[in-house]
Design a protein around this ligand. Structure first.
Ligand SMILES: Cc1cc2nc3c(=O)[nH]c(=O)nc-3n(C[C@H](O)[C@H](O)[C@H](O)COP(=O)(O)O)c2cc1C
Length: 185
């Protein structure tokens, strides 16, 4: 038996990306976004409502995208439940910041994988904007590399479970992509 839920939409896994921006005074900010995805090889798309982050993006046109991990789950959630308007969330979370090498946007030491991005387009939509950004550099902690490759098993990224309002760790490898299906050809 199956059950219908009407228009309710669950997309899984939703990532937990952290958008890093600077404001007009150079104060860093971080915002949690789960309505995010990849377009082509080097672009990211994020559904963005009107936030402090949105103002910063319109001002600077540059941002970072980091991925929340098991170790940073609580702070990453905090970045999604308080606005940086008049509050330095980064100081409150005890995070450490350096300016991106390729962008005027903050890189947070606590996140092992960060994309430095430039805004391609902020397309107005009903709730705010569709943000499209292009990666100009990816910076990664060596601690999550295995034989020079990014090892998500070491990184332990989390996903947003919108069915239960929880964060879950992204799990084990089950088989090889672009290979496992060959048996059905
Ligand atoms: C799990 C989670 C996912 C979220 N996803 C988004 C999102 O995709 N787009 C968005 O505009 N806001 C999203 N938010 C809300 C913002 O993160 C939140 O309003 C935040 O306080 C904005 O911060 P800022 O005002 O400092 O920019 C999400 C919040 C949480 C907790």
């Amino acid at each position: 038996m199956r059950k219908n839920f009407g228009k309710k939409t669950i997309i899984t896994p939703l990532p937990v990306v952290i958008i890093g921006t600077y404001d007009e005074n150079g104060v860093p900010n971080a915002m949690n976004a789960a309505w995010a995805g990849q377009i082509d090889s080097h672009q990211i798309i994020i559904s963005l409502a009107k936030h402090k982050t949105t103002d910063n993006l319109l001002l600077k046109n540059e941002f970072t995208v980091s991925f929340a991990t098991k170790d940073t789950a609580a702070a990453s959630d905090y970045f999604g439940i308080e606005s940086g308007k008049g509050i330095n969330k980064i100081e409150k979370a005890g995070f450490h910041v350096t300016k991106g090498e390729y962008t005027d946007a903050p890189v947070f030491a606590e996140y092992p994988l960060t994309l430095e991005c430039k805004v391609v387009e902020m397309k107005p939509d009903t709730e705010g904007y569709l943000l499209i950004g292009e990666t100009v550099n990816m910076t990664v902690h060596e601690s999550i590399l295995t034989d020079g490759k990014i090892d998500l098993g070491k990184m332990e990224p989390i996903m947003f479970d919108s069915a239960m309002n929880k964060y879950r760790v992204v799990g084990e490898i089950v088989c090889d992509a672009f290979k496992a299906g060959a048996q059905f050809k």
